[in-house]
Write a protein that binds this ligand. Structure first.
Ligand SMILES: [Zn+2]
Length: 408
């Protein structure tokens, strides 16, 4: 199979048209070292589910359709698709009143399986072909969710949530049992699963330390949350007698395979520790607005971008990328350019999650692709990527391929 159109390709930051031509309307300057993308007419040959060959015609004019790598979402919760937009309460109230009741429904593995299927359908319809997700603490239900993911041939990670305190008993599982169950999942599903302590509030010291050990032993990805809301940060200090980052650090949970969602309220030394350990922060701008957690400021370490469904109300990673720019304007930068925002939701997130064969249109990569047919005059706009980002309409998604197979 061969696809022709305008290809969204990674580019060195100096080729970012917005930075090169001074088109950034906010003029506070993006980080010059951040990766960007460029648009180049060309064609892709697909064989055996992978990109076999890429031909470029750099002198031809850009035109529809646009072909992008499938979008990558660095942080979401599968059981929370039915509470999207349900109630914007402060984090701890939102968990108790909205989220935990929704997650309790996953006690039934059939519910988990059906909801995972629906969540995957919704994500694919929005162009998201890879993601890192939390399930719940129900072992059999997490296995069902993972079976759906592998059966549908998604490059995705789904973790069993570890929690043993400060939450309804129906969701808490003793460390010995929960860690053994995660160990089993790591043996059965390998890189498709993660070590997933929910957050320091609802994990005991024993749970956190066990999680750190397990992650080291399997070289597994760690997913957790950090410093989302100020009341939560206070509670972590009360429960664990230390700062949020320090609690994870002493449990051995920081490192290049660790993705910590939010990081809104981090002081300088906490940020530095995350940078030193190459820990990834998953910035979730829509969720931070919805729960009133605060606006994330500059973070100079490894960054990714997440929808945080269902605290985040947007399924579309293009909209989440736009929200990232909006947040940056409110806190006075550094403001990513549209080319950097597109890079973030494709190659940038893939790199942050350690997914080495998605997020790029490049030979050898999986043919996880999105065909986009915009109904705005983007090809003649001064900044085509900016028009596509700000005027984005999900109806432009004409087709989505997973490993070369059309799924939308
Ligand atoms: Zn989350």
């Amino acid at each position: 199979m061969r696809l022709e159109g305008t290809l969204l390709l990674p580019s060195p930051p100096e080729e970012d048209p917005v930075e090169a031509h001074g088109l950034n309307p906010w003029a506070s300057g993006a980080r010059p070292d951040a990766p960007a993308v460029r648009l180049v007419p060309g064609s892709i040959r697909i064989a055996d589910g992978r990109i076999a060959d890429v031909q470029l015609h750099p002198d031809a004019p850009i035109g529809s359709p646009l072909i992008s790598p499938g979008f990558v979402d660095a942080h979401l919760h599968l059981p929370q698709f039915d509470i999207l937009g349900a109630a914007g309460l402060p984090l701890l109230d939102w968990l108790n009143r909205v989220t935990y009741p929704a997650e309790m429904r996953w006690a039934d593995p059939t519910v988990a399986e059906r909801q995972t299927q629906r969540a995957v359908d919704q994500l694919l319809a929005h162009g998201t072909t890879s993601f890192a997700a939390y399930a719940t603490s129900h072992h059999e239900s997490v296995r069902r969710a993972l079976q759906v993911i592998t059966h549908r041939r998604l490059r995705a990670v789904v973790g069993q949530v570890l929690m043993d305190q400060q939450a309804p008993a129906a969701l808490c599982v003793e460390p010995d049992i929960a860690l053994r169950e995660t160990d089993n999942l790591l043996h059965e599903f390998g890189p498709f699963t993660s070590v997933t302590p929910r957050f320091a509030v609802c994990c005991s010291e024993a749970m956190l330390r066990g999680a750190g050990q397990l992650a080291r032993q399997h070289k597994a990805m760690v997913q957790t949350h950090v410093s989302e809301n100020l009341a939560e940060c206070d509670q972590v200090r009360r429960l664990h007698g230390a700062g949020y980052v320090e609690v994870y650090d002493r449990a051995g949970l920081l490192g290049p395979h660790s993705v910590l969602a939010h990081g809104v309220h981090l002081d300088k030394s906490q940020q530095q520790r995350l940078i030193d350990t190459q820990t990834v922060i998953a910035h979730c701008p829509t969720a931070n607005v919805f729960l009133g957690s605060g606006a994330m400021r500059r973070f100079d370490g490894r960054l990714s971008l997440g929808s945080d469904i269902g605290a985040g109300y947007e399924r579309s990673m293009v909209r989440v990328a736009r929200a990232m720019i909006e947040t940056a304007t409110h806190v006075a930068g550094p403001i990513p350019s549209p080319a950097q925002a597109w890079a973030r939701i494709t190659a940038g997130n893939a790199d942050a999650l350690g997914m080495t064969d998605v997020g790029r249109i490049a030979p050898g990569h999986r043919a996880d692709l999105v065909m986009i047919k915009p109904d705005v005059p983007w090809t003649t706009a001064p900044d085509p990527l900016g028009m596509l980002l700000f005027a984005w309409d999900n109806r432009w998604i004409a087709r989505v391929w997973l490993a070369g197979e059309p799924v939308v």
